[in-house]
Ligand binder design. Structure first.
Ligand code: NAD
Length: 424
């Protein structure tokens, strides 16, 4: 399939093209062999599947799904399954590439993969969603596996969907294979701490960045875009540390309160209100962009391509912590760097989720389970060490944190590729 050069939102660069630009820039710094660079710029495999499903009204509807296995030099593929009407192959490739670098930044033995299905689960019944997920799993059943490629949750998919995927895969293999997916319910071999892991990793990275920027998290003003799994947990942990969450947005709109929003109450409100923050008592609706709110720390935790060259100059935060994957374009990055904004790039900032997914996978192999405290402690150690490694590289080469993170990751993947050699 031809890769579109721009997304549906006009003027926004194609997500995969954007990713390739970052790889090119880092390869220059690393003086990477051109042949090796070409290998790293191509997914190992991109698959499109048709998913015919009988809907509740008795009619058959055919959905389209993707699974991209980007790179396996350092281990099996790893990456979530996104359920969204805007899913496209370019996005899935970019996200799969991002997973490759993310796993390498935090030095866990996985490559990168990603999946997606073009669908709007908010307009479907539970039964319809289940049938889509199960048929999608059946279509890719030979491509995934604990030692091949391990799916996980992403936008609009969670523990429920992972349970269906694990069950479908297990039915096809006539045995229970818990390690085929991560992010499962605890009762099926999920890890304690996994639902909060990405947000906890974002929070840990923010604390490290505050130390570098000499900002106290206590009293810091934070704006959050996206109040799902990542945004809500990151906001909750920061607010528990004394930060003031002054603005929160989600698909329903933006709410603000100068004095700080009560995050635990907002989580409870949104859970009861079809996952929407709109109308939360004690807050005002805000018609401007949450990204441009006057704050110390901005957490984009929704979708990609949110901070672009059009709005980058208007960002007021001192720290941008990318909870989402790919929220900032390459051109916007340069503007933020010039403004002295400290960027914690996605492949570092939101790597807590995949880190605990790795812990889950290890626990599944051992069939021996850790306490939540143990999981959180191991997660914080990995996040802090990874932040330090990236920051040291950024200081050493006088480059921004994103380039430093990519350099660290690409170097590790390139070394593994070189050591394995090119099979022909
Ligand atoms: P989620 O589905 O739980 O939440 C997404 C949130 O974004 C929702 O609150 C939704 O209303 C909001 N949103 C959607 N469109 C929006 C818009 N236009 N403006 C403002 N808000 C909007 O998803 P999630 O798991 O929290 O994932 C969010 C991001 O984090 C994605 O980019 C995902 O790839 C990334 N991520 C997630 C994990 C994880 O473990 N869940 C790990 C790493 C990265």
């Amino acid at each position: 399939m031809a890769v579109k050069k721009t997304s549906m939102k006009s003027g926004v660069p194609d997500y995969f093209e954007n990713t390739l630009k970052v790889i090119d820039e880092s390869a220059k710094i690393l003086k990477l062999d051109p042949g090796l660079l070409e290998v790293l710029k191509h997914p190992k495999r991109s698959v499109e599947v048709s998913i015919p499903v009988k809907m509740d009204n008795g009619k058959i509807k055919v959905f389209t799904g993707y699974r991209v296995l980007y790179n396996i030099a350092r281990g099996p593929g790893k990456g979530g399954v996104r359920l969204h009407p805007d899913v496209n192959i370019s996005e899935v490739k970019a996200l799969a590439a991002g997973m490759t670098w993310k796993c390498a930044v935090v030095d866990i033995p996985f490559g990168g993969g990603k999946g997606g299905i073009i669908m709007d689960p908010t307009k479907m019944s539970e039964g319809e969603i289940e049938r889509v997920i199960r048929r999608y799993t059946a279509e890719i059943v030979d491509l995934i596996g604990p030692k091949k490629d391990v799916p996980a949750p992403d936008v609009n998919s969670g523990q429920r969907e992972m349970a269906w995927m694990m069950d479908t895969y297990s039915m096809h293999h006539s045995e229970t294979v818990s390690g085929v997916v991560t992010g499962k319910p605890f009762i099926l071999g999920g890890s304690l701490g996994r639902p909060e892991a990405t947000g906890r990793g974002v929070y840990t990275s923010i604390k490290k960045a505050c130390t570098v920027k000499k900002i106290s998290l206590k009293g810091a003003r934070i704006a959050v875009q996206g109040f799902g799994n990542v945004g809500s947990i990151a906001a909750k942990l920061c607010s528990e540390d004394g930060a003031k969450i002054v603005a929160v947005s989600d698909a329903s709109g933006t709410i603000c309160n100068e004095k700080g929003i009560d995050i635990p109450a907002l989580i409870a409100y949104s859970a009861k209100n079809k996952k929407m923050v709109k109308g939360f008592p004690g807050t005002k609706a805000y018609s401007g962009s949450v990204l441009e709110v006057d704050c110390d720390i901005l957490i984009p935790a929704a979708l990609e391509n949110q901070i672009t060259e059009k709005n980058a100059a208007k960002i007021k935060a001192k720290i941008v912590a990318e909870g989402a994957n790919g929220p900032t374009t390459v051109d916007a990055d340069a503007i933020l760097f010039k403004k002295g904004i400290f960027m914690i790039p996605d492949i570092l900032c939101n790597a807590g989720g995949v880190t605990v997914s790795y812990f889950e996978w290890v626990q599944n192999f051992y069939n021996y389970y850790w306490t939540e405290e143990e999981v959180n402690q191991k997660l914080v150690t990995i996040m802090e060490n990874s932040f330090n490694a990236v920051y040291e590289l950024a200081v050493k080469h006088k480059i921004d944190m994103r380039k430093a993170a990519y350099c660290l990751a690409i170097k590790r993947v390139a070394e593994a590729t070189t050591a394995r050699g090119v099979y022909a």
